[in-house]
Design a binder for this molecule. Sequence first.
Ligand SMILES: O=C(O)c1ccc[n+]([C@@H]2O[C@H](COP(=O)([O-])O)[C@@H](O)[C@H]2O)c1
Ligand SMILES: Cc1cc2nc[nH]c2cc1C
Length: 349
Amino acid sequence: MKINNKEYKITSVDKKAEALCQKRWDSIAKPLHSLGKMEDYLVQTAGIIGDVNVKFDKKALIVMCADNGVVAEGVTQSEQNVTAIVSENFLSDKATAAILCRQTGAEIFPIDIGIAVDTKLENHKIAYGTRNMAKEPAMTREEAERAMEVGIQKVAELAGKSYKIIATGEMGIGNTTTSSALASYFLNEDVEKMTGRGAGLTSKALEKKIAVVRKAIEDYSPSFTDAVDALAALGGFDIAGLAGVFIGGAIYHIPIVMDGFISTTAALTATRICPECADYIMASHVSKEPAAEKILAALGKEAALYCDMCLGEGTGAVTLFPILDLAVEIYEQMSTFEDIDIEAYVELK
Ligand SMILES: O=C(O)c1ccc[n+]([C@@H]2O[C@H](COP(=O)([O-])O)[C@@H](O)[C@H]2O)c1
Ligand SMILES: Cc1cc2nc[nH]c2cc1C
């Protein structure tokens, strides 16, 4: 596939490695599939890396941070400057996502892909925030593709440093508005059902948010030629960057873990641009935002965690890491039916 005039090759997952991984789970002395999604996550990973020896010894969280011009419409509770403040806080050990990373043995990589002011973050700024989608398309097609390339390149870098799994997060005031717009458009769902209060909103402002999203879809969608056009008009730099991360997972064969509403919308966008990347995407939790279940269902992904979280930043995705590490411990260390000399468990139909 081609993004920003660069050609990328995607090869499919290894079905043989998946089958061998499942066979190994089935040889462990326990009822078949009794470890549920713990088994599924490792089987998926075996397919992605083409090896039954699954390990998550190096874990990363990429947090795409950007501002959204649509905040000028009064669709958020927080001021735009919160994006820069919270994003820079990721560099201290005090932000929620940074604390979760420290506790779970993951490294955090916050990226300034379009914050409205200069920051101390790794700088891949496409612009100082997007345009206001209530007035004009948020990005040009070229800007959206450049943002996707930032995500792809970051995965390439982390793959080169032997990271085994990447969680996705974002920070950007207004990005639940852009997510509502993209998810409503891609799933052809009523905007009202797909729009929530984000990081807090009065009922009156929620009505405004719904109206802004409806109008943007009505105004721009007739001229969309493909999913990149939709991303450019209705999305943000953070969502485009994360879409690139999901596509990068497929290019470099690394599992990419989705987080909440914004991250799952970026995954949905990525699959509309590059359907092959779906096999490389992992679900973590179900966000409290109203569209969360519908997006996961459309992606055909089931999340392991229901924590009623809706913070973003990658917090739900990183919360999955300890479960994955526990699954690997069992997978590597538990006795097999052969070891304990009992008959293999046969599934009762
Ligand atoms: O991940 C989620 O499900 C989620 C749901 C609601 C809000 N957020 C976070 O809140 C911010 C966006 O909220 P808002 O109201 O400004 O659109 C952004 O920084 C997100 O990380 C995240
Ligand atoms: C304080 C704060 C922290 C956040 N983290 C992700 N989105 C956020 C929104 C706010 C307002």
